[in-house]
Structures are given as C-alpha cells and as structure tokens.
Design a protein around this ligand. Structure first.
Ligand SMILES: Nc1ncnc2c1ncn2[C@@H]1O[C@H](COP(=O)(O)OP(=O)(O)OP(=O)(O)O)[C@@H](O)[C@H]1O
Ligand SMILES: [Mg+2]
Length: 271
C-alpha cells in the first residue's frame, strides 16, 4: 500500500492506493506541513484502521511538500512535483491520456497531458482561495458552507453590470443575462447573499474563460476540472453557462478533490 499526501495551501488530502485501487481518502486541516502529513497518516490509522506499519511507501506533493526533508515515520518517502501529480491524477480520473486540466484549488493552474508528457501551461491566482478571501473582506465570513448558502439566495444582477443593463439586445453571442462587468453595478441595496453570489460567479467566470482560451489554443473541446473547486455547485453552473456559449465542455470527475494525492502515488509508481 502506498499513501499519497497532497499538502495544499488550504488543506491536506491523503489517499491510500493498492495496485491502482483507491482504498481510502481523507482530508486534514493543519497549519503546518509536517503536522498535516503526520496527522494525515495518524487519521488513516485511528479513523480507518490502516496501520502505519502496513504502508510500504509515501508520495508527498503540493506546496507544503517542499517543507518536508526526511522520511515520514521512517517509511520511504518520495517527493513528487505538484504539476506531475496533477497530470497523473487527471489522467487516472478522466481515464484519458490527451487532456487539459484546470486544477481549481486555492489558485488555479492549467496542465496539459499528451504523448509528450505532462506540462504546465500557466494559470491564475484566481481560485477557491479568492472566494474565501474576498468573502472575508466583503461579507465578513470565510466559512465555505456559509458562503455557499448565502450565494444560493443571491441575485447576481444587483452586483454585476449585465448585458441587459447596457443594451436592448444580445451583443454578439452574449445573452442579455450575462455579466458585462463583474461588480460594476454594486447597488447600495445589494445584500450579503448577492455579494456572495457575485464573488463565486466572478471566480468561475475568470477560470471558465481562461479554460476556453487554453482549450482553443490547443484545439481541444473539453477541460477536466480537478481540485476541491470541482465540488462547488454554483461554480459548476457558471462553467455550464460558459460551456453553452463557447462549446467547450467541462468534465467533473469523481474524487477530483483527491486527484493530486492520487497522482502523486501514480507518478511515484511510474518513476
Ligand atoms: N467543503 C468544500 N467543498 C467544496 N469546496 C470547498 C470546500 N471547502 C473549501 N472549498 C474550496 O476549496 C478551496 C481549496 O481547494 P483545494 O483543497 O483543492 O486547495 P489546495 O490543494 O489546498 O490548494 P492549492 O492546490 O492551490 O495549493 C478553498 O479555497 C474553497 O474555495
Ligand atoms: Mg491542491
């Protein structure tokens, strides 16, 4: 059994794989990398009954992996570059080997996988962390579930300037109820609900449009979405609207939150 530990900027994900089969997956929140990695293995033992001694190897990745300099609990530990881990994970979850991945975590890198290997295309600092940070500043909460709950009751057109606010007809292929400018209307009467909705909408519109341009630049018509940002239901709807307008399809594989951790194990095994 090999454990994959992805020490991300927001949370640590751990998976246990045996011959390409996922035995177990968990999420741990910890303030520093070493505590997160040790805590992740401890949780596998205490909560899932997988003894630490039965783990044959550990593959660590994510930004926090750079802070770990020795084997964890004396188990052979290898470090996998995060881009490689994201690429391998996306390939495994999508069951395809010629793909573009948008990994929506705290930030959002784009990764290309094809017969030439795995490459980092670039990305944006706009991601899940942007939602949490802006919500903290603008609507005084950084709790993810509260933000989602507020947003589900929000009205985007009270914050964003919409196409219908500036034109009497659709503009080109942009429908009247699309955003013309994020946050540009910002009514005095806009509520926390409206602002929560506008924050999530803006983050996913930015990621969605970058995805479109990345896909078009590579002659692709789909993007695999991984990272915890895969699980944002409102974000998925925003990507859905972009998909309708631009003909780029977004795929949301299961277990995408654990994609990087899974990919670390697969990258270690294929090395
Ligand atoms: N319960 C949840 N369901 C869905 N998304 C969540 C949940 N909790 C937090 N998020 C979102 O997921 C984001 C973090 O995603 P993820 O855990 O993939 O990032 P990370 O791996 O720690 O960061 P990075 O890969 O950028 O270093 C948070 O910023 C938040 O927007
Ligand atoms: Mg991550």
């Amino acid at each position: 059994m090999i454990a994959g530990i992805d020490i991300g900027s927001t949370s640590t994900k751990v998976v246990l794989l045996d011959n390409g089969c996922i035995l177990c997956k968990m999420r741990v929140l910890a303030s520093d990398a070493v505590t997160a990695a040790a805590g992740a293995l401890g949780k596998l033992d205490t909560e899932k009954g997988y003894k630490i001694q039965s783990i044959d190897g550990i593959a660590i990745t994510g930004a926090g992996a750079s802070k770990i300099h020795q084997d964890i609990f004396d188990i052979p530990t290898v470090k996998i570059e995060e881009i490689m881990a994201i690429g391998h994970g996306g390939k495994f979850l999508s069951k395809r080997d010629d793909i573009i991945i948008a990994n929506i975590g705290t930030g959002t890198p784009f990764i290309e996988v094809n017969q030439n290997g795995i490459a980092h295309i670039g990305g944006t600092g706009v991601g899940g962390g942007t939602i949490i940070g802006l919500a903290k500043a603008l609507i005084k909460t950084s709790d993810f579930n509260t933000i989602m709950d507020l947003a589900s009751k929000g009205d985007l057109s009270r914050v964003d300037l919409m196409i219908k606010d500036i034109a009497d007809t659709d503009i080109s292929f942009l429908a009247k109820d699309m955003t013309a400018s994020n946050f540009a209307k910002m009514l005095e009467s806009a509520t926390r609900e409206d602002i929560a909705m506008a924050i999530i909408n803006m983050v996913y519109q930015v990621i969605g449009m970058l995805s479109v341009f990345v896909a078009q630049s590579r002659n692709k018509d789909s993007i695999i979405v991984t990272g915890n940002g895969n699980n944002n239901a409102i974000g998925r709807n925003v990507l859905g609207s972009i998909s309708e307008m631009y003909g780029i399809h977004f795929e949301f594989p299961e277990d995408a939150e654990f994609s990087t951790a899974i990919g670390a194990v697969l990258a270690a095994s294929s090395a």
